[in-house]
Design a protein around this ligand. Structure first.
Ligand SMILES: [Zn+2]
Length: 280
């Protein structure tokens, strides 16, 4: 059962397990309400955007009164100029009045658009990780063919957002053997693994996503706040006969016979630590 999550690389982990790439600090338990809330916050980021404040009624009335006053003054000025200087005064008055009115109208409007400030609007943006884990160079590698009696030797479920950010990575082995050259075989136990690299994934139907998430996140269904937002759900089933590369800290020889599906009478190898499955 994998009910813990590394909120950094979005990997599903077994309870109490530390993330092999990010350590312990970023791991939360999804069965704990506080841990689940933290997982939700890791996949939903609030964005504060300054909205444009519409002018208040008082401000609008005051502005209209101001414009009316300026118009009145311009009109009176023009009449006065006309009485004293005739047609010449009238034209001068209209031009001068027009400039004054134009300034009066434009100046508060400019002030408004420059400020552009108003109440903040909060948007919730879904986020994932763009980080793709990859084994360190010093891991030992073997390549061979999967042998298993299970319908699937290993399964990967990956949820991602439309922009490509990953919100969940869950990879598990059901226990399988890999036949490598020289008649030797590697026994991969049933456990969490990492599946990385350019495998071609298939789309996973929504119903199956819900069923899968119910295993990792028991509170799913009781809460509208999912720690796993997604636009795309994909899966990979590794099956009997598939050729893959295994990477691990080392492969130790083991002679104990109880190793599941045995191929021939060759030496059985056991991977040390976390197993990485990569394309061959
Ligand atoms: Zn991690």
């Amino acid at each position: 059962m994998r009910t813990s999550l590394c909120v950094s690389c979005r990997t599903a982990l077994a309870p109490g397990e530390a993330c092999d790439t990010c350590g312990e600090k970023r791991v939360v338990s999804l069965t704990d309400p506080e841990g689940r809330a933290r997982a939700f916050r890791a996949s939903h980021v609030e964005e504060h955007v300054a909205g444009v404040r519409p002018p208040s009624t008082f401000r609008r009335l005051a502005f209209m009164a101001f414009v009316a006053l300026v118009l009145m003054a311009a009109l009176l000025g023009t009449v006065w100029a006309m009485l004293h200087y005739g047609a010449f005064g009238f034209i001068g008055g209209v031009v001068a009045g027009g400039i004054v009115v134009l300034f009066a109208v434009l100046s508060p409007m400019m002030g408004d658009s420059e400020k552009g400030s108003g109440e903040e609007e909060i948007f919730v943006r879904r986020v994932g990780t763009t980080y793709g884990p990859w084994p360190r160079q010093e891991l030992a590698r073997v390549t061979g063919q999967i042998r298993t009696r299970h319908p699937a030797a290993a399964v990967l479920v990956e949820l991602s957002l439309s922009q490509g950010e990953v919100t969940l990575r869950d990879a598990v082995s059901h226990g399988f053997t890999v036949e490598i050259d020289g008649g030797r075989s590697v026994v991969v136990p049933a456990s969490r693994i990492r599946i990385a690299g350019k495998f071609s994934l298939e789309n996973l139907p929504r119903r199956e996503v819900r069923e899968h998430l119910a295993l990792l996140d028991p509170a799913q269904g009781r809460s509208t706040e999912t720690p796993f937002p997604f636009d795309r759900a994909q899966t990979l089933h590794l099956r009997d006969g598939d050729r893959i590369t295994l990477a691990a800290a080392g492969f130790d020889e083991s002679w104990d016979g109880d190793s599941g599906y045995r191929v021939g009478r060759g030496v059985t190898l056991r991977p040390r630590g976390l197993v990485w499955v990569l394309p061959a």
